[in-house]
Design a protein around this ligand. Structure first.
Ligand SMILES: Cc1cc2nc3c(=O)[nH]c(=O)nc-3n(C[C@H](O)[C@H](O)[C@H](O)COP(=O)(O)OP(=O)(O)OC[C@H]3O[C@@H](n4cnc5c(N)ncnc54)[C@H](O)[C@@H]3O)c2cc1C
Length: 427
């Protein structure tokens, strides 16, 4: 690893946080939203647009969580496999989740276009890549299922055509769609913050919520910068959900680490040859890798490593660097410049959820698939609480936890070993 490896997100280096005056905590608001990522900011935009007063608190700056550090891939579906979602909730609701997920990509595009958010949004499509010959019939069956049940077209590329989407000796086949998109996450989240503020939301960065207490007329949110009385409270803390300010939510979401590296920029013709058409890519494995070209033509490679949230970033750079070389052998000499991490909020059913505990609203659980979906779910939650929407499927499904889980994911090392074994066996 180069000694000058930068262990901060590339995205933030390219787009420093805009300066925002540290506002005074309001004494009373209609809504207090905790968490200034895609979920909280979109909820706040809708609430403010409906004419209610709303403050968004974050213990760090806007996008301090996953929303400014992710891979920026806006892909179809949910984290849970689409056929499984149909099986779990039936064809009608399954279809509703699918349509919603597709519309979330349009929603991102509409927000970006309408509000002039300069975040390199590009719809080049996406490809799932198979390492083995056994992936080919699986992809073919999946494409047929998508066509039959959802009238959604994807193309299966076998060994003779996989080179159309990637110049790599490693892959045997691909399942390709034309709908997936990519963006620059830090620019996107800062754009959303600007839009929420313009709609009338107050943002309070560097303000940690310490406690939420219910009383007869609403809630008191105790923060490290004062006390706020709120008619309603929304928790939008996803993978950063902790004991504070509201412990009961911890049992509903598991924090899992996701890690990314980026290389030096490549010459444009080399980048276009390696990933023609600028598609978003991921591998067909439980321990998948996701990768793409950045807007300045670096290769960004991400993965879960060992699922933990505290892997050393140099060690992570070593692991993900080997994946880059495996996929693109010619990149063995291309330096990795950045290595960083963030937390996913994973649920036991891999579904996002909108819910209420003791009257406190929450929305979370994108399980690593949240750029589009958190935008959608945050928007839906903002509409629900202001009466503009009377239902959301994310609110109607049960939100499972487990008796053995109290917020400390002690079982992750065992799960990691099990998933790796299944990957090795091709199951
Ligand atoms: C490395 C990585 C790569 C990813 N890649 C992709 C991708 O390519 N495509 C995709 O679709 N999804 C991806 N994801 C997932 C996606 O980034 C998330 O689903 C999405 O950003 C979640 O947004 P959010 O607003 O719900 O949560 P977050 O953006 O995580 O925001 C939660 C916020 O809550 C704040 N907070 C927590 N507790 C408190 C408190 N007590 N007081 C005040 N504030 C608090 C935190 O500071 C944080 O800012 C990735 C995630 C990671 C980590």
């Amino acid at each position: 690893m180069p000694s000058d490896l930068i262990t901060r997100p590339l995205w933030r280096e390219q787009h420093p946080r805009p300066h925002r005056q540290p506002g005074q905590a309001p004494s009373t608001v209609d809504f207090a939203v905790i968490g200034a990522g895609y979920t909280g900011l979109n909820a706040a935009r809708e609430i403010a647009a409906a004419g209610a007063s709303v403050v968004v608190l974050d213990s760090g700056p806007v996008g301090a969580g996953a929303s400014s550090v992710n891979g920026g891939m806006v892909n179809v579906g949910l984290k849970a496999a689409t056929a499984k979602v149909h099986k779990m909730f039936g064809p009608v609701m399954g279809r509703e989740f699918w349509d919603g997920a597709l519309s979330s990509i349009d929603l991102v595009e509409d927000l970006v276009t309408e509000h002039g958010i300069d975040c390199s949004f590009v719809r080049g499509g996406a490809a799932q890549l198979g390492y083995h010959h056994r992936d080919l019939p699986r992809f073919a069956a999946l494409a047929e299922w998508y066509h039959r049940h959802l009238d959604f077209a994807c193309t299966v590329l076998g060994p003779d055509r996989v080179g159309e989407v990637i110049d790599s000796p490693r892959f045997h086949c691909a399942l390709v769609d034309t709908v997936g998109a990519g963006l620059h996450p830090a620019r996107y989240v800062d754009g959303l913050a600007r839009v929420a503020e313009a709609a009338g939301a107050q943002l309070m960065e560097h303000t940690a919520a310490l406690q939420v207490a219910r009383h007869t007329a609403g809630y008191t949110v105790l923060t490290d910068r004062g006390k706020i009385d709120a008619g309603a409270v929304i928790l939008a803390t996803n993978g950063y959900t902790g004991d504070q300010p509201f412990k009961p939510l911890r049992r509903r979401v598991i924090p899992i680490g996701s890690y990314i590296v980026a290389t030096e920029p490549l010459p444009a013709d080399q980048a276009e040859r390696l990933i023609p058409g600028n598609r978003m890519m991921w591998t067909a494995r439980r321990f998948l890798n996701y990768f793409r070209r950045t807007p300045d033509d670096r290769i960004l490679m991400g993965g879960r490593n060992n699922l933990s949230t505290d892997l050393d970033l140099r060690e992570s750079a070593g692991i993900l660097g080997r994946v880059i070389t495996e996929v693109f052998p010619e990149m063995a000499i291309t330096p990795i410049t950045h290595s960083w991490t963030g937390r996913l909020g994973v649920t036991f059913d891999l579904m996002p959820h909108i819910g209420r505990i003791d009257g406190v609203w929450y929305a979370l659980g994108y399980s690593g698939h949240g750029v589009g979906i958190a935008t959608l779910v945050g928007t839906e939650l903002g509409r629900l609480v202001t009466g503009k929407l009377d239902r959301s499927p994310y609110q109607e499904i049960p939100h499972p936890t487990r008796p053995y889980y109290r917020g400390e994911p002690w079982f992750l090392p065992v799960a990691a070993r099990w998933y790796r074994l299944l990957d090795r066996l091709g199951r």
